[in-house]
Design a protein around this ligand. Structure first.
Ligand code: NAD
Ligand code: TYD
Length: 337
């Protein structure tokens, strides 16, 4: 089997490539990635010499590059995206271009090449926000209600993927997952930002009152879920994927990290809230459990601890990521707090 992975140099894509080559060593993977600020080939140093792995630098909005990358491909697993909500607030155009136009280009080329599966990786953020004091959860039938340029562009891409199934019978599957965490997570996101700031004895910025709730999924659980959907998922179907957390808010997450790292809570700094900040996400993952036998294996507390250890052991990786473009971004993002 030959897979095209888009966005394989990012956080989840690189974890997926390493996971796949370990668990399906007979398969080969082509990684198509534009290497934006979020793409980092260091994430793939463990597999770069593997004869079953190859890399093409290219943009998913470029039909010729995509055509070249999709040559003789059986399955496409589409991760490439602009993925950070805060960046979508200051610069939505790149999100529309990559997440919507890029997905449409991939779908067209996938049709032309008669791929056997187009798997689209999406987010729970397309469903909008839940109330803090409710026990509601998102599931596959929750109406779309995206509220940030990021989630709106991902919603647009999901609709296009479904449209290609209904209109052209492209064999698609979609997964909408919650917030991932784990190795190679870009430090613009809250968990690695907190860990690496604390390692530098810097303050950890918490937006607003810190009571916003996310559902946390360990990245390897996510990779296993995609594996199950590729193997036995029903064509045209969507599966929601969530983690083992139950309503843990951002302040509690950061306090856990501080405790695990033996630091002081005085390093917490409440800063200006994100505009349109979604209050609460929670995922009902019973469909993928009942139909495909998947459930998360990795509990939050243990794997948060292991993630902290990973960052301690990979200091040059995160220091590298935090230099250059990120330094400028950080100063702009947090300067008016
Ligand atoms: P990321 O930002 O870490 O990586 C994105 C990758 O896509 C990078 O390697 C980047 O270079 C590449 N890319 C961006 N624009 C491109 C373009 N035009 N052409 C080719 N490559 C391009 O993202 P991530 O956190 O690994 O997320 C992967 C996917 O999972 C995304 O589709 C995202 O929406 C989805 N998702 C992420 C999370 C999460 O918690 N990180 C949660 C739910 C869904
Ligand atoms: P983030 O990691 O950006 O993921 P998402 O916005 O896709 O859920 O943010 C997770 C939560 O942490 C979200 O409620 C926003 C909050 N947050 C902060 O409080 N401070 C920060 O500096 C960042 C980046 C996020």
């Amino acid at each position: 089997m030959k897979l095209l992975v888009t966005g394989g140099a990012g956080f989840i894509g690189s974890n997926f490539i390493r996971y796949w080559l370990k668990n399906h060593s007979e398969d080969s993977i082509v990684n198509l990635d534009a290497l934006t600020y979020a793409g980092n080939l260091e994430n793939l140093s463990a597999v770069e010499k593997n004869p079953h792995y190859s890399f093409i630098k290219g943009d998913i909005t470029d039909p010729e590059k995509v055509d070249q990358a999709m040559n003789e491909v059986d399955w496409v697993v589409h991760f490439a995206a602009e993925s950070h909500v805060d960046r979508s607030i200051t610069g939505p155009a790149a999100f529309v271009k990559t997440n919507i136009i890029g997905t449409e280009v991939l779908l067209d080329v996938a049709l032309k090449h008669n791929v056997k599966r187009f798997h689209h990786v999406s987010t729970d953020e397309v469903f909008g926000a839940l109330e803090l004091d409710s026990t509601d959860k998102f599931n596959e039938t929750t109406p779309y209600d995206p509220r940030s340029p990021y989630s709106a562009s991902k919603a647009g891409s999901d609709h296009l993927v479904r449209a290609y199934y209904h209109t052209y019978q492209l064999p698609i599957t979609i997964t909408n997952c919650s917030n991932n965490f784990g190795p190679y997570h870009h430090p613009e996101k809250i968990i690695p930002l907190a860990i690496t700031n604390l390692l530098e004895n810097k303050k950890v910025p918490i937006y607003g009152d810190g009571l916003h709730v996310r559902d946390w999924l360990y990245v390897e659980d996510h990779c296993r879920a995609i594996d199950r959907v590729l193997a036995d998922g029903k064509i045209g179907e969507t599966y929601c994927i969530g983690g083992l957390t139950h309503d843990i808010n951002n302040l509690e997450v950061v306090k856990k990290i501080i405790a695990l790292m033996g630091k002081d809570e005085s390093l917490i700094e409440f800063v200006k809230d994100r505009p349109g900040h979604d209050r609460r996400y929670a995922i009902d993952w019973s469909k993928i459990k009942n139909e495909l036998g998947w459930e998360p294996k990795y509990d939050f507390d243990t794997w948060l601890g292991k993630t902290i250890e990973w960052f301690k052991e990979h200091e040059s990786w995160w220091r590298n990521v935090k230099s250059g473009e990120y330094r400028e971004y950080y100063e702009k993002q947090y300067s008016n707090s």
